[in-house]
Design a protein around this ligand. Structure first.
Ligand SMILES: [Zn+2]
Length: 212
């Protein structure tokens, strides 16, 4: 089922009220074009005649293969309601809740690359933690950094990332794929709905505590 609608929104640039098409579900079996729009950053964007482009905050449900991922803007309370709705829906497989379309884009890229998002988020934490001393600690400002998956280069054996500094400037970095693969082999329950930085910091802490 594909849900399309129209939202009446006010352009934040010029204040003009106008209708903008809104996609609220993407099911890859029926709807590959919208997936491409999502990856291109063109989904649910109000492109105003004044030139201002604004991404609309909307619930979007994405389904592909085993993955069901829902975008839930609106903060913690909305997340809790969405988690309850997910539990009641009886949807199986891998289920995720994310706060933004950008977060969904990363999940979709990981799915397409055949990577496990839990092991990827833990890899990010270990990568960021390794940039600071003392070694082995999982804390500090580096862990607040935005680090996004950019691609897997199987031939070179590296994962490519985009890291953003305090001023939001992007920097391309890469890391060996081997530490990720080790993490991906660890048995993990897949009941977690929110696999994000906060989750990964706790998961890495628990892993290090068990290793000691
Ligand atoms: Zn405008």
């Amino acid at each position: 089922m594909v849900i399309r609608g129209t939202a009446s929104v006010k352009c934040p640039g010029c204040g003009t009220q106008q209708d903008c098409p809104l996609v609220q579900t993407i099911d890859i079996r029926e709807n590959a074009a919208d997936k491409q729009k999502l990856l291109d950053g063109e989904l649910n964007v109000l492109a105003c005649a004044c030139g201002k482009r604004t991404q609309l905050a909307a619930n979007v449900l994405f389904r592909q293969g085993d993955l069901t991922c829902q975008v839930v803007p609106g903060g913690e309370k909305a997340m809790e309601e969405a988690a309850a709705a997910f539990a009641a829906s009886g949807i199986g497989g891998t289920r995720r809740l994310v706060p933004s379309l950008n977060a969904l884009v990363e999940k979709v890229k990981l799915l397409d690359a055949g990577l496990d998002d839990r092991a990827i988020e833990m890899t990010k934490v270990l990568l960021l933690a390794s940039r600071q001393s003392p070694a082995g600690s999982v804390s500090g400002g580096e862990l607040e950094r935005v680090l996004l998956f950019d691609g897997l280069d199987k031939e070179a054996g590296v994962i490519r990332w985009v890291m953003f500094d305090e001023d939001g400037r992007p920097e391309r970095v890469s890391s060996a794929v081997a530490p990720y693969e080790k993490l991906a082999q660890r048995p993990q329950a897949d009941s977690e709905l929110r696999v994000d930085r906060a989750w990964a910091v706790e998961a890495v802490k628990a892993m290090l505590a068990n290793a000691n």
